[in-house]
Design a binder for this molecule. Structure first.
Ligand SMILES: Nc1ncnc2c1ncn2[C@@H]1O[C@H](COP(=O)(O)OP(=O)(O)OP(=O)(O)O)[C@@H](O)[C@H]1O
Ligand SMILES: [Mg+2]
Length: 303
């Protein structure tokens, strides 16, 4: 197999860039459509690392497309196509966009992250250790790290422009999006989590927690947008190896974080390079999550 090309950054004179996130570059295609380009960038501890992860952008793109299709009966979504050969000519001239790009309906984004947690980990576990609650949800005593919660909880956050997203209470959430919309986003988020996590369990993956984003289309319909249920937006654990009481090995970049913790990096820029075996193992983790969830190997079709 030929060496797979990585893409760390994109830029085109013919397409206006509207946003560059830590992982994705977003272009305006026309008044109604955007192109979301998942690069191979990886971030950890809020910094983009200098080393790209081969296939990561393609995996995130294909996995989101899989979920948009699967979840479309719950809520409409922004997905138009990720078939490069169907894209407008202005995009097709940029071969490096193949496989990593999604044409989507442009929406007015709600400036909130809709987080659903089914298990106690991350900031939820930190919160629980200090307060015995998670974001004002009263929980039973003596829950262990990564333990399954009695029922999933909704812990919205703001979409911070820089740095960490901040958890907000449900009333702050309602103030931002309006009470009626708040209730809709909450119930849609729960329903997606419920259906997706039951499906994932049948494939041997626990979706411990995840975050969704929503936007309004031109008719004020709520659309599910952004990326969905990827290792970058969710914690995926192997059901077979699940053992609460400690952190779980996950399909996301925990592996990369653990590696970075072994270096004496002070978590300030510049972030260190990843070693080749960490890069390879990270690609393998992302591919494995895709293969298990979809039942298929991702074909990277380069021309
Ligand atoms: N259909 C859509 N309409 C409008 N904006 C969208 C749509 N889908 C996704 N977006 C926006 O595109 C951006 C994707 O960028 P990306 O996720 O890489 O960066 P980010 O979320 O801004 O920052 P971070 O680096 O913390 O992830 C997000 O701001 C997201 O809200
Ligand atoms: Mg994002």
């Amino acid at each position: 197999m030929s060496e797979i090309q990585t893409v760390s950054i994109t830029s085109f004179v013919s397409l206006p860039l509207v946003h560059r996130g830590k992982v994705r570059d977003v272009y305006q295609v026309n008044e109604e459509e955007l192109l979301l380009v998942a690069t191979d960038r990886i971030s950890a501890f809020d910094y983009v690392l200098p080393t790209p992860i081969p296939q990561k952008g393609a995996i995130l793109t294909a996995l989101s497309a899989f979920w948009f299709e699967k979840l479309k009966s719950i809520v409409e979504n922004h997905f138009i196509s990720c078939d490069f050969d169907e894209f407008p000519a202005a995009i097709r001239q940029h071969e490096e966009l193949r496989g990593r790009s999604t044409l989507v309906k442009k929406t007015k984004v709600f400036p909130v992250e809709c987080v659903v947690r089914g298990y106690l980990e991350g900031s939820g576990w930190k919160d629980y250790q200090v307060t015995g609650n998670v974001c004002n949800y009263n929980l039973p005593e003596n829950l262990r790290q990564c333990e399954k919660l009695p029922r999933p909880i909704f812990t919205p956050a703001t979409k911070a422009q820089t740095g960490h997203d901040e958890n907000i209470s449900e009333s702050e959430f309602a103030n931002i999006v309006g009470a009626e919309t708040a209730e809709q986003l909450r119930s849609i988020s729960f329903e997606i989590y419920k259906q997706a996590s039951s499906y994932a369990l049948t494939r041997g993956i626990i979706i411990a927690d995840t975050k969704f984003e929503f936007g309004l289309d031109e008719n004020d319909n709520i659309l599910l947008i952004d990326e969905v249920l990827t290792p970058d937006s969710s914690r995926f654990w192997s059901l077979d190896n699940y053992a609460p009481g400690a952190s779980q090995s996950s399909f996301d970049k925990q592996f990369v974080r653990d590696y970075l913790e072994t270096l004496d990096w002070n978590k300030q820029p510049p972030a260190p390079e990843l070693s080749p075996h960490i890069v390879e193992a990270t690609t393998a983790r992302y591919s494995e999550a895709y293969r298990i969830l979809t039942g298929k190997n991702l074909e990277i079709n380069e021309k």
